[in-house]
Unconditional design. Structure first.
Length: 77
């Protein structure tokens, strides 16, 4: 466990040899963040850490959409 913004957070680390490869954060059976630290680990579509967005643009075009922001609800922060 660690603290993040004053709250206790559970996390799991995956090693590849003696190096940290993944950090999985979550609580109560829910994963809320996965940090991939090993650039040799691809996604299901073959994207790896450090892949330029321009290489992905053709895949992303027409599939990406803006998400609503939590920051500006009700006109106040």
């Amino acid at each position: 466990m660690k603290t993040e913004n004053g709250t206790i957070v559970r996390y799991f680390e995956a090693l590849k040899g003696d190096k940290l490869a993944l950090v999985i954060n979550g609580d109560k059976g829910t994963v809320n963040r996965i940090a991939v630290l090993d650039d040799a680990i691809p996604t299901a579509s073959g994207v790896k850490v450090g892949t330029p967005f321009s290489d992905l643009y053709k895949q992303a075009f027409g599939n990406c959409a803006s998400a609503p922001s939590d920051r500006w609800r009700g006109g106040a922060m």
